[in-house]
Design a protein around this ligand. Structure first.
Ligand code: ZN
Length: 480
């Protein structure tokens, strides 16, 4: 491991982020510009996120399936919004098997087109609905300015694609996914608080009637779109000629949703919780929750290592993900730094003196606090500490976000000052006109992150930009 100090988080956030991702062993660049290698430690975090999402996707009544990576260009071309929305980012295969293809194949930027062209065969009657499906896949959107996890030309994700009899049902589906699958995972597992809202028209998914989003605040004051869920209306059904016979015998088009969460959540985890020493992982998503570092001398090596092994067995059988760092080539101080960089929630120090006293020393990664636990109640004590760290990380991320949120700025200038310095979120009244949205972007590069689902009760007030009467409250921020 590189033993040089990390770049300062407060001084150079992008450099800090890149170094933490590399040195903690999450990911690295590859021979393909813009596509990353996800290393075992980073992939273990993704697998934990994947399991949590997948459990919730299934608990809300969905099944997984798998569609091909390639989409014939003619199929993609059937939905005009998709073509327009993704044109600059689509990679195309023109040659295979040693010759030019008769039809060029797009590498999926998303799978609506191929899936809806298939649903045309699957849906005939209202009895065939709803279709509640999801797939775990990779997709490709060519990135000109790639950043590990945050913007990569190839990324991993899940994409849900559902079809419903009525618009109400489809909207309810999009919101169930937003709340019960995404927000629940991100808040209770990743310990990242999110704002729940809908996107303004300019920020919607191509072809969506409504895009629902979760917006999180990173420690540099920029927002990260954590997951989105779209109500697509009947546009995809019309484009791909998916029709069914309704309960009254009439021919109808089903209503669609799609929803996705990607590997960028791993980047969000780094940026929402990390500090000057590196990652701070919430226990529920940490590949290693507890690391035991034996502190050995020549005369007690065997006894200490033996005790460390027994402590690990005890924790493991209680369901704790634990590792013993018994590498002989490194000193304890080096190991402490490395596990801190990797964000392991708890470190157990175990030496001859502890053994004699019947205790262990436990150090928390989140606040650095150390406690002594009697060996006899080590497992119970560690369980309590892990629970407390999970709660504390969420609370401190929420406090930090709230402290960086400016509500009801006095005037347009105050809004711009706050977002331009990446000070966090600004909540202000908006008239709903794209001119005002564009003006803020021009003056500060901030965008409307969402129109919160929980709108303040007041419906009066003037647009922060033009002074006309406002129709909604919007949240602005610079974003990744
Ligand atoms: Zn306005």
């Amino acid at each position: 491991m590189n033993t040089q100090a990390l770049p300062s988080q407060s001084g150079d956030f992008p450099a800090w982020y890149g170094e933490v991702v590399r040195r903690a062993g999450l990911a690295e660049s590859s021979a393909v510009r813009g596509a990353m290698v996800i290393k075992p430690y980073g992939y273990a975090i993704w697998e934990a996120i994947q399991r949590e999402l997948d459990d919730r996707i299934k608990a809300t009544g969905h099944e997984n399936y798998y569609f091909p990576l390639f989409v014939p260009e003619s199929v993609l071309a059937q939905e005009a919004n998709l073509v327009e929305g993704f044109a600059p980012e689509v990679a195309v295969v023109t040659e295979a098997g040693g010759k030019e293809l008769e039809e060029r194949l797009a590498v999926r930027p998303t799978s609506e087109a191929l899936i809806w062209s298939t649903y045309a065969r699957w849906v005939q009657s209202y009895r065939d609905l709803p279709l509640l499906y999801n797939q775990w896949a990779n997709c490709v959107r060519w990135e000109l300015r790639p950043r590990l996890f945050l913007r990569t030309s190839e990324f991993l994700w899940q994409e849900g694609h559902t079809a419903h009899e009525t618009a109400d049902e489809a909207v309810a589906e999009a919101l169930t996914i937003l709340h019960d699958v995404y927000a629940d995972t991100i808040e209770s597992v990743l310990a990242i608080p999110v704002l729940r809202g809908r996107k303004s028209e300019s920020e919607r998914f191509p072809g969506a009637v409504d895009t629902y989003t979760l917006e999180a605040l990173m420690r540099d004051g920029k927002a990260l779109q954590a997951a989105t869920s779209h109500f697509l209306g009947q546009g995809f059904a019309r484009a791909f000629d998916v029709r069914f016979t309704g309960r009254d015998g009439s021919e109808q088009y089903p209503h669609a949703t799609s929803w996705g969460a990607t590997t960028r959540l791993v980047g969000g985890l780094v940026m929402a919780h990390g500090d000057e020493r590196g990652l701070r992982l919430p226990p529920r998503v940490a590949p290693v929750q507890v690391v035991i570092v034996p502190i050995v001398r020549e005369d007690d090596r065997a006894a200490v290592l033996d005790a460390a092994g027994r402590a690990a067995d005890e924790l493991r059988s209680a369901g704790v993900r634990v590792q013993v760092d018994d590498r002989e080539e490194h000193r304890p101080g080096f190991k402490f730094n490395e596990w801190e960089l990797k964000g392991v929630p708890l470190r157990v120090e175990l030496g001859g003196r502890d053994l004699a006293a019947g205790t262990v020393t436990v150090a928390r990664r989140d606040d650095g606090e150390k406690t002594q636990l009697p060996l006899s109640r080590m497992t119970a004590g560690i369980d309590e500490l892990l629970t407390d760290i999970q709660v504390s990380l969420f609370a401190s991320a929420r406090d930090e976000r709230d402290g960086r949120t400016l509500r009801a700025p006095a005037d347009y200038g105050e809004l711009i000052d706050h977002v331009r310095d990446a000070g966090g979120f600004v909540e202000a009244r908006w008239c709903g006109r794209s001119e005002c949205e564009a003006r803020v972007k021009e003056d500060s590069s901030a965008t409307i992150r969402c129109l919160p689902l929980d709108q303040p009760a007041r419906s009066d007030g003037a647009c922060i930009s033009c002074g006309r009467s406002a129709t909604t409250t919007a949240v602005w921020a610079q974003a990744y």
